[in-house]
Design a protein around this ligand. Structure first.
Ligand code: ADP
Ligand code: 5GP
Length: 199
């Protein structure tokens, strides 16, 4: 293991929406299932087809989300889109650590910076960079999960988020997907799960 990251207990993948972080995170969870555990966020948005409660997210009503903010239940939370909240429950990180897993996060850029600030050297933060804004647009369109106004909102936000890339430990360019997945595996193997072997 690298002497610089001897106690990494969390790996954060962050990116503008559509850059590919969920694809990368799902791949790593399959490859390193003995080492990594997905940090399931809470959100107030409705599930997409195929998503389920307690697997992809904890889908909770906005009133419950606000209540949990009041009780300081979140390690971090953000109103990622107007009136749509996302957050990392402290209990979620405890759950993963108690089971001996390294917590793997798929979160927005501001949330990633908050987690990095909270966990310091225990967290390795990776910024997934799209080749360009046009590819991001095409990926979001092809994913076909968002209405066209939401795609525009996400693109606008993406331009701002790209400015923060230099604040992360690693910038991972996601142009050719297979090369990116191999690079992500190397990062995890080197810094995080050096005692486990990819499946
Ligand atoms: P994010 O989690 O960052 O919003 P996703 O992982 O959902 O992004 O990826 C957005 C869409 O782009 C998905 O349909 C995914 O299959 C596709 N995608 C991811 N990486 C690439 C890539 N390198 N080339 C082309 N399409 C990609
Ligand atoms: P989506 O609706 O596409 O699943 O997620 C929208 C954005 O919210 C993505 O950038 C995703 O990474 C981010 N997100 C998911 N969970 C969290 C979280 O717990 N905290 C924060 N701050 N952002 C999150």
């Amino acid at each position: 293991m690298s002497p610089f990251f001897t106690a990494v207990r969390a790996v954060i993948f962050t990116a503008p929406s559509g850059a590919g972080k969920t694809t990368i995170v799902h791949h790593l969870l399959r490859q390193y299932s003995d080492c990594l555990g997905f940090s399931i966020s809470a959100t107030t948005r409705p599930p997409r087809p195929g998503e389920s409660h307690g697997v992809d997210y904890y889908f909770i009503p906005v009133e419950e989300f606000r209540r949990r903010v009041q009780t300081n239940a979140f390690l971090e939370w953000e109103e990622v889109y107007p009136n749509t909240f996302y957050g990392t429950l402290r209990t979620e990180v405890d759950r993963l650590w108690q089971s001996g897993k390294v917590a793997l996060f798929d979160i927005d850029v501001k949330g990633a910076l908050s987690i990095k600030e909270a966990l310091g050297d225990r967290a390795l933060a990776v910024f997934v960079h799209p080749p360009d804004i046009d590819s991001l647009f095409q990926r979001l369109r092809r994913r076909n999960t968002e209405a066209s106004e939401t795609v525009q909102l996400r693109l606008q936000r993406a331009k701002e988020e790209l400015r923060y890339r230099f604040r992360f430990d690693i910038v991972l360019y996601n142009d050719d997907l297979q090369s990116t997945l191999r690079a992500a595996e190397r990062i995890v193997q080197y810094y995080v799960c050096s005692n486990s072997f990819g499946d």
